[in-house]
Unconditional design. Sequence first.
Length: 83
Amino acid sequence: MSAETRPEPCAHAERCMQAYVDRALSVEEVRVVEAHLADCPTCARCYTLEAEVRSVVREACAEPCPESLRRELRRICDDCDCE
């Protein structure tokens, strides 16, 4: 279901989700989103998934990049025609 066809509270929560996970909302926006998440299991699952993905990415970024990947990325950049 797209944001356009979801009920407005769900669409609003979806629009705010990234900022909510990033802790970049105002106190009032946090209150609105948290109240909705408490009442909407679908949006609460979306938030849980988003938070888990962020956690996994954060952990993966903490690991050093293998030298073989660095070489491949350098090769790709060297082959790129962009300025």
